[in-house]
Write a protein that binds this ligand. Sequence first.
Ligand SMILES: *[C@@H]1O[C@H](CO)[C@@H](O)[C@H](O)[C@H]1NC(C)=O
Ligand SMILES: *[C@@H]1O[C@H](CO)[C@@H](O)[C@H](O)[C@H]1NC(C)=O
Ligand SMILES: *[C@@H]1O[C@H](CO)[C@@H](O)[C@H](O)[C@H]1NC(C)=O
Ligand SMILES: *[C@@H]1O[C@H](CO)[C@@H](O)[C@H](O)[C@H]1NC(C)=O
Length: 295
Amino acid sequence: MRNNLPDINVSEPCVVIWAVFVLSSVMGYRPVIIVHGILDGPRQFEILSTFINQSHPGTSVTTLALYDYICSMKPLWQQVDGFREAIRPIMERADDGVHLICFSQGGLICRGVLATLPMHNVHSLIFLSSPLAGQYGDSSYLKYFFPKFIKSRLYRFCYTTWGQGISICNYWNDPHQRERYLKSNIYLAPLNGEIEHANSTVWRDSFLRIQKLVLIGGQDDGVITPWESSIFGFYDSNETVVEMEKQDWYLRDAFGLKTLNSEGAVVKCVVPGVHHTSWHSNLTVYKNCIDKWLN
Ligand SMILES: *[C@@H]1O[C@H](CO)[C@@H](O)[C@H](O)[C@H]1NC(C)=O
Ligand SMILES: *[C@@H]1O[C@H](CO)[C@@H](O)[C@H](O)[C@H]1NC(C)=O
Ligand SMILES: *[C@@H]1O[C@H](CO)[C@@H](O)[C@H](O)[C@H]1NC(C)=O
Ligand SMILES: *[C@@H]1O[C@H](CO)[C@@H](O)[C@H](O)[C@H]1NC(C)=O
């Protein structure tokens, strides 16, 4: 998600032809794979790649150029298919595993990728300001797609088959429309174990293969709403934020988060003073929240 919105070229194909930006392939550190957010692409991650190259020289850093910019609106399960096939060969070449850094909407894509790659070898999974428990708030990117929308009414569009064909609706979580959300949402609700589904056990086992889960976010993000969604908190029906540890799906350990946390594998890094579009270019954030998990 970003503020400087790109020109739309509606004819731009969202094809599964992808390019990779590999900085170096010298062995030593585990390869890092970066998954971008909504309305952005690899260009927004050049600074982060430089930080990694400087602190961990020789690391292979791949920012996937897939479903960039306007194509990032495509439904998330479709994007997951593309990202998974791009990530799979990098994992297969990495005997010691890989690290994943997933920004914003990209965090939700990473979760879908891991769910459907049960033998993955992700070591550190780093979510950089990602709406992990959903989004309920207006922001520049939403206005871009729905110029006249009112957040309290967006459910009417999002919680339909048609709406679920747009990425944002796959994690639109209206706290006043729980029943409709649980009935219509085909992405976040099953991933967070808010609804039962045939793959719950497989997805949970896959999630538990992660060695370190790093949750990064902060109160001045300005886009992720509530910002606590980046650390798995979310609104109750009164729009009061309920923290991760008190969420129903956490207490039920529906997708493995409670187990990971009890093993000390979950790290929260909350940083004030960082706007959503600055997370990946802020050296303080990199040094305090990311650097040490990239060995
Ligand atoms: C990585 O860092 C090395 C050493 O500072 C530098 O020579 C190289 O150009 C950098 N590579 C990239 C792709 O930034
Ligand atoms: C379960 O996973 C398989 C393989 O990824 C997929 O084809 C199927 O649609 C999934 N079922 C549900 C209910 O999500
Ligand atoms: C919401 O607020 C009302 C009135 O203050 C209260 O009765 C209700 O229990 C609250 N609901 C939740 C989920 O906290
Ligand atoms: C970088 O993050 C720090 C907090 O760690 C913040 O004070 C600073 O304003 C940020 N810089 C930018 C350019 O966002």
